[in-house]
Design a protein around this ligand. Structure first.
Ligand code: GLN
Length: 472
């Protein structure tokens, strides 16, 4: 069985045709995990016994036609920053190395009700601070396209298990790019929904006004199915809401007017990445999209805005890990968490708050207004996800600013609360290895289904998403 290109619909078709059961598929994933995880370090914990029980239960529902949903019996991996009742949830931090949550996140409850099979918890930068998964207290996750390189971050583990065929679908979280960035560097599909479209209840908070849980998958169609399952208003998260389900108009997606922000295609973007993006834009244009150049003049301030507001919120959210209620003693915080707590405390402290925090909130509005203006002229915005393909392990760890710059093209989306996706659009060669490049599609708030439509359409007319690293 080729685990790397399995999709939800393929699995359900194969199960109905008695080719394999959810239990045997789940077992096949665990066999592959046993073989590859020691090299990749993508999973931190496995839920083997539970998974097999759930898979068997789903198989029993299949015969009488009683599957609960399209996700019934589908194996999924969960970023280890999302609480799972009774299953250790560490946020990849020593502080929480023994934390077993007494409750599950709303998204996990919804997956349970849908019949999904949780395989295990995946590695990340501790508390989701980072762009390479190197900040994990439990070791770096390796990129399956080149084991000497990072998978991106912070949802590096979830991206790797999809790309390496160690789960069918996965959940990640995105505060400044943490779903889209690793999706781009690992050649998978990663979708950050509109802020509030998915409940954050049970997500260990990083920066609450940016955080969003979202799907990671091999295809945009699978991302859509997972999104449909986890989205919706939740009484436990006051910022959540119900999104209107679209009536699909299949020919509409070809006629989208697409904006290309000139600020996103600069000299800071690797020339090979630029080429892949330009090629993708040409493909879209040839297939009916109208392309327009647009400008987001304040996007260049988004990273500064983000590192002021985000660190302020981080400092506040991490205050609960006092060693009294949760977790180990405070001295167990890693360097990056300490850096952010100090920065956030400083920029929001009396005497400095007006100059930094307040100013950043004002500029945040300008960033959002740029997008509002652009979306009066275009339906969607397209550009690169990351300025470079996967970089080498250790290449940026000595220079936090360099690391922060990895997010320059994903971060503007979060202060504005917009939906955005990363889909594969080609590869570039480095040291004789192919490395994937992601195309970013950004939509107006609540246009999640337009973003998914265009992504799905792109995957109907191209095969980039079928390219996988050579592991097997
Ligand atoms: N890489 C960004 C950061 O370090 C984004 C992280 C995230 O989205 N969780 O803050």
């Amino acid at each position: 069985m080729n685990l790397q290109n399995l999709t939800i619909s393929q699995i359900q078709k194969d199960r109905k045709a008695n080719k394999y059961s959810s239990a045997s598929l789940t077992q096949a994933y665990f066999t592959a995990i046993e073989k590859y995880n020691s090299k990749l370090n993508a999973y931190l914990a496995l839920c083997k016994e539970q998974a097999i029980v759930k898979a068997r239960a789903s198989d029993k529902r299949l015969a009488p036609g009683k599957l609960r949903s399209q996700l019934d019996g589908i194996p999924i991996a969960i970023k280890d920053v999302i609480c799972t009742k009774g299953v250790k949830t560490t946020a990849s931090s020593n502080i929480l190395k023994n934390f077993i949550p007494p409750y599950s996140a709303t998204v996990i409850e919804k997956l349970d009700q849908a019949g999904a099979v949780i395989l295990g918890k995946t590695n990340l930068d501790a508390f989701a601070h980072g762009s390479s998964t190197e900040n994990s207290d439990f070791g770096v996750t390796k990129n399956p396209w080149d084991m000497g390189r990072v998978p991106g971050g912070s949802s590096g583990g979830s991206a790797v298990v999809i790309s390496a065929g160690l789960a069918t679908i996965a959940l990640g979280s995105d505060t400044g790019g943490s779903i889209r960035h690793p999706a781009s560097l690992c050649g998978i599909t990663g979708f950050k929904p509109t802020y509030g479209a998915v409940s954050r209840y049970g997500l260990i908070a990083m920066a609450s006004s940016f955080d969003q849980i979202g799907p990671m998958a091999s295809t945009a169609q699978d991302a859509r199915i997972l999104f449909d399952t986890i989205s919706g208003k939740d009484d436990k998260d006051a910022t959540s809401f119900d999104l209107d389900k679209p009536i699909r108009q299949s020919d509409k997606k070809k006629n989208f007017t697409i904006g290309i922000p000139k600020e996103f295609i600069t000299d800071d973007v690797d020339p090979d990445v630029k080429k892949a993006i330009e090629n993708a834009i040409t493909i879209l244009e040839k297939n009916g999209a109208k392309i327009k150049e647009i400008s987001l003049p304040h996007a260049k301030y988004a990273l500064a805005v983000y590192y002021i507001i985000q660190t302020t919120e981080v400092a506040s959210n991490l205050a609960r890990f006092s060693g009294v209620h949760f977790g180990e003693a405070r001295d167990q915080f890693g360097q990056e968490a300490k850096r952010r707590i100090m920065l956030g405390t400083f920029v929001s402290s009396a005497g400095y708050a007006d100059k930094y925090y307040q100013k950043a909130q004002e500029v945040r509005v300008l960033v959002k207004e740029d997008f509002d203006r652009a979306f009066k002229k275009v339906d969607l915005i397209v550009g690169p996800v990351a300025p470079s393909p996967a970089f080498k392990i250790g290449e940026k760890t000595g220079d936090p600013l360099k690391m922060y710059l990895s997010d320059i093209l994903t971060v503007p989306v979060n202060p504005a609360g917009l939906p955005a996706i990363s889909i594969p659009c080609g590869t570039v060669e480095r040291n004789k290895k192919d490395l994937p490049v992601g195309l970013q599609i950004i939509g107006p708030q609540k246009a999640d289904y337009d973003v998914l439509d265009l992504a799905e359409y792109f995957q109907q007319i191209t095969d980039f998403h079928l390219l996988k690293p050579n592991l097997y």
